[in-house]
Design a protein around this ligand. Structure first.
Ligand code: FNR
Length: 186
């Protein structure tokens, strides 16, 4: 059966480049991989009072989607040199309940992008650190940062070959991490 990947976009806006990168990636993948994209628009702000038994529906759906995936791909813009509040919030939900979070042991690939020239590298570094705290298995290499994203993705596809190959290389590293875990579990 195909490997199941979950893309999570750190941007809530309809015209998001981050969401477009995930959709372009989904279109570029082979049939051995199945990928769906989760939008964070309906995920409430993390509240520790609601952590265990009764998380709000959006947060519960996020946790279930992460748990059901073999690996996650987080695509985020950079907001003020960090990730977005929406993405940090998603990781916080995915990190709990303590020692039982959906992200614990989960292979995770980080993609940042920006219409500007730095590709969100500061958000990339921050996301890696935060995901490590959640116990995710963050793909160490490559660091997928996409500068000038407005010229790289159009109408739901990569229009730049180098960017497509760069991102697919990251997905291959994620698939290798997933395969490694499957081997250890067998
Ligand atoms: C930005 N933007 C931005 N870009 C960047 O490269 N580094 C940064 O620190 C910031 N900071 C920032 C803060 C806030 C509040 C906004 C709204 C924007 C610009 C950002 O990269 C641009 O708006 C992207 O298009 C946002 O990503 P999506 O929504 O297209 O995925």
């Amino acid at each position: 059966s195909p490997v199941k990947l979950l893309g999570i976009s750190g941007s809530l806006r309809a015209g998001s480049f981050s969401t477009a990168v995930l959709e372009a990636l989904s279109a570029a993948l082979g049939s051995n991989v199945q990928m769906s994209v989760f939008r964070l628009n309906d995920v409430a702000l993390y509240n520790q009072d609601e952590d265990n038994e009764h998380p709000p529906a959006g947060a519960a759906a996020l946790r279930a989607a992460i748990a059901a995936a073999d690996g996650v791909i987080l695509a985020s813009p950079e907001y003020n040199y960090g990730t977005t509040g929406a993405m940090k919030n998603a990781i916080d939900w995915g990190s709990r309940p303590y020692a039982r979070g959906a992200l614990l042991g989960k292979p995770a690939l980080v993609i940042t992008s920006s219409p500007g020239s730095t590709g969100g590298i500061r958000a990339q570094a921050q996301l890696r650190e935060t995901l490590s705290a959640a116990g995710a298995r963050v793909v160490p290499y490559p660091h997928l940062a996409i500068p000038g994203v407005a010229e790289k993705v159009k109408d739901g596809v990569f229009v730049d070959d180098k960017t497509r190959e760069f991102v697919l290389g990251g997905v291959n590293a994620l698939l290798a991490e997933i395969a490694l875990i499957a081997t250890k579990a067998a």
